[in-house]
Design a protein around this ligand. Sequence first.
Ligand code: 4AD
Ligand code: MG
Length: 498
Amino acid sequence: MTSTRIVELKQQCGNSVTLRGWLHGKRTSGKIAFLIVRDGTGICQCIVEASHPEPFAIAESLTQESSIELTGTVREDARSPGGVEIDISALTLVHRAEDYPISRKSHGVDFLMNHRHLWLRAPRQTAILRIRHTLIKAARGYFDDAGFTLIDTPILSPGAAEGAGTLFPVDYFGEEVYLAQTGQLYLESACMALEKVYCFGPTFRAEKSKTRRHLTEFWMIEPEIAYADLDTLKHHAEGLTLRMIGDTLTHHRDDLATLGRDVSALEKVTVPFASLTYSEAVDLLHSAQTRDWIEQDLAALETRRAEIDAALAVTGEELAAATKAWKKEKLEQTLRELKETRDELAIDLEHRRTHQQDVLSFSWGKDFGGDEETILSRQFDTPLFVTGYPREVKAFYMKRDDTDPRLVVNMDMLAPEGYGEVIGGSIREERLEVLQERMNEEKMDSAPYEWYLDLRRYGSIPHGGFGLGIERTVAWICGLKHVRETIPFPRLLGRMYP
Ligand code: 4AD
Ligand code: MG
C-alpha cells in the first residue's frame, strides 16, 4: 500500500490516507485519544474515538516514539499544527518503544548531546536539519549556476594550510600525515586548470577552544577563482549569501517558525554588504558609537530580563489557577522554557558586562576574537566585510599588500546579529619569492609544499577565494546560540559520542 507523507496531507482533505510514522505524544480521555504523530516531514494530530474499539485500544497502549502505521480520513482543521487532522479508522503498531529517555520536560545539554542519536527526532532538530540541507543545496546551486566546477580535494594531506597548531595527525603506514584543515591549496591547483572551481567537504581543526562557534570537524564550501580581486570575492560572497537566505525563506517559513527565528532580520539582508578595513574596524571598536552601543545593549538585555520575570510571574499565577491536566502540563512547559531563557540571559549579561569593556581597548595588530566580532557584526543589518588584516594573524598563503606590507589582501565576512565570522578568504600570494620568504618567516618546511610552489613557477596568475563554514551559517540563519545543533553528530572538544 502506498503511504502519504504529512507534508502532503493538505492536498488530501476528504480522502482516506495511510501514514507511517512515530508517536510524538498523546492525550487520552475515556472516549477519545489524540495522537500526535510525526513522520520525516512534519507533525499531525490524529484522533481515534472509543467507538472504534480496536484502534482505540492500540492508541491507549502506545508509548512515546512507538512506530505506527495508520489509516484515516483527512479533515481540515485550522487549529491543528499542519492545518489538518486525521480521523483514524485503522491503526497498526510496528514497534512498541521502550521507555523513551527524552521526555517533554527540559533536559540538560549534556544529556541531550549524549542522546543525540534520538534527539535528532525532535521538531527543532528536524527543522534545523532540513534548513541545513537547503543551505548546502543553495550553496552548491549558486556555484554550479555561476559556472564553477566542483573539485573534490583530499582529506589526508601531508602538511598544514591553516597553521600547525590545529592539525590532527594520522598514522599513514608509519608516516605522519594530517586531516585536511581546508581544501584550498589543492583547489588553487585546480583553479589553474579550470579557472572557477569549488570544493565542499569536511574539514578538521584540533581547536582547543570551547566556544559556541568552534567544532573540531566542520563542513566548508570553498570557491577559488582565477584573476580574482577582492571585489570579485565580495561579489560571490554576497551572491552566495543571498541565495542561501532566499532559498531558506522560500522553503522553510514553517521550520523557521518552529525555531522561533525572527525572519525580519534575514529579510533585511540586501546588497551591497557593509565593508570596513581592519583598521577602520579597530577605530569603530574604540569609538563613542561602540561605547553607546554597549550601554544600549546592556539596557536592552536588562529590559528583556524584566519582561521574562513578569512573564514568569503571570504564568505562575495561571498555573496555580489551572484545573485541567493538559492545561497544567502546557503551563509547566512554558514555565520551564521561560526559566531556561532567564538563566541563559543571566549568563549572557554577566559575560557582556565583564568582557564588552575590553573591546573598547582592543589593540591594533591582534586578531579579532569572538567578543570583537560580536560587537562589530551587531552594529550592521547586513553581513560585514572586514578587509586588510595584519599579516601576522593570518595564514601564510595570503597576498602581501604592497601599499602597506604590514597587511594582507584578505576579507572576512561577519554575519549580523553577533554571529561573527562565517567566511574567511583572501587573494593568494602568487609571487614565488614573496611566498617563500613568508614560509621561511613561519619556519615552514617547504618539502611538503613543493607542488604548491610549482603553481607559482608555471604560469602564475593573481587568484583568490574564500571558505564559508556551513555550521556557523546554519547557526546564523536558524538563529541558534551554539553550533552544536547545526550538524547531525557534532565533534567538539571533549565530545566524540555518539
Ligand atoms: O577562515 P578559515 O580558517 O579559512 C580557510 O580555511 C581558508 N582556507 C578558506 C579559503 O580561503 N578557501 O575558515 C573559513 C570558515 C570560517 O569563516 C568559519 O565559518 C569556518 O570556516 N570555520 C569553522 N567552523 C566551525 N568550527 C571551526 N573550528 C571553524 N574554523 C573555521
Ligand atoms: Mg578565518
